[in-house]
Ligand binder design. Structure first.
Ligand SMILES: Cc1cc2nc3c(=O)[nH]c(=O)nc-3n(C[C@H](O)[C@H](O)[C@H](O)COP(=O)(O)OP(=O)(O)OC[C@H]3O[C@@H](n4cnc5c(N)ncnc54)[C@H](O)[C@@H]3O)c2cc1C
Length: 380
């Protein structure tokens, strides 16, 4: 399924990740600080450009972005998450018909500016229609009020693709999408979340108090367009989330396989015990099945195939759950050592669980899959 170009990009990202990212991953987890230094290295190497459209120096390909997210996440899930969020923001900007603002923010992203996808609220998670953030037109500006939460990269982003109601009575159809600059008056970063994993990802509350947004920053208005823009991003983003989880599982397998060859018990490397070999096989089966599914659905997205929503939900759900199982098995291979912070498995286990919730819980994904089955759209 991969071309020579995919393989070249994969090799390049893999080398940077192994040399520059992986050695910093434990410290990022321990300090819970966003890894700016590692990000600078990725930007110097042009990794931030990968998800962007071709005219902005990227590849304009979901599959290519998945490969990059996967490789980064193998080394450090926090930076895999950074790139997947940039992929998500890219999908939102691609979907707008507001060419001027699209161009402005794509240019910023080429300079390495960080975007965030800002949808969830304390009382509106799965039920997006119940969001309370409102944007009221006032002359040639919108005035935003509300609080968003759990926003990945929220504490470090330069701008936010934000969803707010311009017609509160119209449910999902009343939602519009905007770009909001972090430095706008009335915009502030609230609580930085203390999480089980993904410690460096600067998940944050974003608070809007009479924040004034120029009208030209409207990406999609109400009447259904705002949610359409969100949906344009949600399908590729679900696939990027799967890529991140897969990367973590691959990192866990590589580590556990190396460890199994080095660790001796009863006078032999533990890799010679059939019980340990069975665990390695369990992990490898999950990874290979997941990767086949992931690349197939990423290709469907690149080719604008029908049936994507059901497949994207199915992929996100399946791959993230198999990844958690895989990392858990990998920890078992290390025995009690795997539970200790001397090894990366306990971090990987904490990190990978997050992907069950991001971009919609896996139970919500199951609802989408079931709907696609019942409608007969789960086919390519
Ligand atoms: C690490 C992390 C990063 C995140 N990053 C972002 C981000 O960058 N931007 C952003 O906007 N959001 C982000 N989120 C938020 C994420 O999208 C939400 O957590 C998710 O959509 C679920 O919402 P909730 O947590 O409010 O759960 P709830 O919606 O309150 O759900 C609670 C439980 O009820 C179940 N449930 C709810 N409704 C139904 C239903 N109709 N049928 C069956 N079961 C149902 C859910 O499956 C879940 O088990 C992030 C979350 C995490 C954990």
């Amino acid at each position: 399924m991969l071309t020579e170009e995919h393989r070249m990009v994969r090799q390049a990202v893999r080398e940077i990740a192994q040399k520059e990212i992986e050695p910093r991953a434990a410290e990022t987890d321990r300090s819970a600080k966003f890894p700016y230094e590692a990000l600078e290295i990725l930007k110097e190497q042009g990794v931030h450009l990968i998800p962007l459209p071709e005219e902005y120096g990227g590849y304009g390909s979901v599959l290519m972005s998945c490969i990059a997210v996967e490789e980064l996440s193998k080394a450090c899930a926090t930076l895999g998450l950074w790139l997947l969020v940039q992929g998500s923001v890219t999908s939102c900007l691609r979907a707008t018909r507001n060419e001027k603002t699209k161009d402005k923010f794509f240019r910023r992203m080429t300079e390495g500016k960080v975007g965030a996808f800002v949808l969830t609220e304390p009382d509106a998670g799965s039920d997006v229609a119940s969001m309370k953030t409102v944007a009221q037109k006032d002359g040639d500006e919108y005035v935003l009020n509300g609080t968003k939460c759990f926003i990945s990269c929220g504490g470090v982003a330069d701008f936010y693709v934000t969803f707010a109601k311009t017609k509160p009575e119209a449910g999902l159809d009343g939602i519009s999408a905007f770009v909001v600059e972090r430095d706008s008056p009335g915009v502030s970063i609230g609580r930085i979340d203390e999480k089980m994993g993904l410690h460096g990802s600067a998940s944050a509350e974003i608070v809007f108090r009479d924040a004034r947004i120029p009208e030209e920053y409207l990406l999609a208005g109400d009447g259904g367009e705002g949610m359409q823009l969100a949906f344009a991003a949600i399908n590729p983003t679900r696939v990027y989330v799967a890529a991140a989880a897969l990367g973590v599982a691959e990192g866990a397998l590589e580590y556990a396989a190396r460890y199994a060859k080095e660790r001796t018990q009863f006078g032999r490397p533990i890799s010679e015990f059939q019980g340990v070999q069975f665990l390695l096989a369990e992990i490898a089966m999950r990874i290979e099945a997941s990767r086949s599914l992931l690349y197939r659905v990423a290709t469907m997205l690149d080719e604008n195939k029908e049936g994507v929503p059901g497949f994207a939900a199915l992929t996100k759900c399946f791959v993230t759950e198999k990844a958690l199982e895989a990392v858990n098995y990998a920890m078992d291979i290390l025995g009690g050592h795997g539970y200790m912070k001397d090894h990366p498995l306990e971090r990987m286990l904490r990190d990978v669980k997050a992907f069950h919730f991001t971009e919609g819980t896996n139970y919500i994904q199951r609802l989408h899959v079931a709907r696609a089955v019942l409608k007969g759209t789960l086919r390519d």
